[in-house]
Structure formats: structure tokens, C-alpha cells
Design a protein around this ligand. Sequence first.
Ligand SMILES: Cc1cc2nc3c(=O)[nH]c(=O)nc-3n(C[C@H](O)[C@H](O)[C@H](O)COP(=O)(O)OP(=O)(O)OC[C@H]3O[C@@H](n4cnc5c(N)ncnc54)[C@H](O)[C@@H]3O)c2cc1C
Length: 116
Amino acid sequence: MSIEPATNPSERPLVHLEDGTIIEPTLLIGSDGEKSKTRSDYKIGSWGYSYNQNGLVCTVETVRPNEIAFQRFLRTGPVALLPLWGNFSSIVWSCPPDVCKDLQDLTESEFVERLN
Ligand SMILES: Cc1cc2nc3c(=O)[nH]c(=O)nc-3n(C[C@H](O)[C@H](O)[C@H](O)COP(=O)(O)OP(=O)(O)OC[C@H]3O[C@@H](n4cnc5c(N)ncnc54)[C@H](O)[C@@H]3O)c2cc1C
């Protein structure tokens, strides 16, 4: 997919799809995420900054099925339990880099104990 941006207000952009289709939309919404191609094709700038937080992400299997998202706000940052399917949930543990390194160095059983 690539976009030929409109060069003046009376023009429409052209969206070229991989199968050769060309779309000429009256409204183009760039909702294609952090590395948005729409944004880069339109040369729209973005900026970011580090706020000293890492995200440790993993999948856990729980004793019972889980359909509820939980988030607990610890002093070091939030830890989230996000349901996937059946007894599986995704963990997103946001914390400073040194805490993240400590968590990564734990054995599997130590990690589960810390998480609990
Ligand atoms: C580990 C993690 C934890 C997070 N935790 C939180 C949280 O607790 N709270 C919170 O508010 N936010 C959280 N976020 C941030 C949140 O997920 C994002 O800010 C949000 O998803 C951005 O939404 P979006 O619609 O802009 O982009 P996205 O959700 O990234 O959606 C973009 C979509 O566009 C699709 N796409 C891209 N290019 C193309 C293409 N060329 N053609 C077709 N489709 C395309 C992608 O496949 C994707 O489905 C977290 C992010 C991560 C990575």
C-alpha cells in the first residue's frame, strides 16, 4: 500500500493497494499504528521520549479461565493481566529497567511467586 497525498485542497489522495487497485477517497484516516505508513507518506512528524519504564510481556496459564482484565498500580508501575483465551492471559508488567532486569533474572517459579 502506498499513498500519493493530495497536493492542494481541491484534489483527493490516491491510495495504491498491493493488488493494483487504486482508491481515491474523499476522507483518508491514518489509523495504522505507531509505524504508520499513512503518516510517513504524508510526511507528518512525530516525537517521543523515554520515561524510564520497560514493559515485560509474557503469557501465563491460570488455574481458572479468566475473562476479566485486571490492572494493579504498584509503586514501580502498573502490572496488567489481560485475558487471551481459555486459561491463558497476557501479562504486561511496566517497571523501571532495573526492576525489569531483576524480574527477567528470576526462575519461572520465582517469577510466578512474585506475580502472585
Ligand atoms: C505491551 C503494550 C501494552 C500497552 N498497554 C496499554 C495500556 O495499558 N493502556 C493504554 O491505554 N495503552 C496501552 N498500550 C498502547 C496502546 O496499545 C496503543 O496506544 C493503541 O493500541 C494504539 O492504537 P492505534 O489504533 O493507534 O494503533 P494499533 O492498535 O497499533 O492499530 C493499528 C492497526 O493497523 C494495522 N495496520 C498497520 N499497517 C497496515 C496496513 N498497511 N494495512 C492494513 N492494516 C494495517 C495493524 O495491523 C493494527 O491492527 C500498550 C501497548 C503495548 C505494546
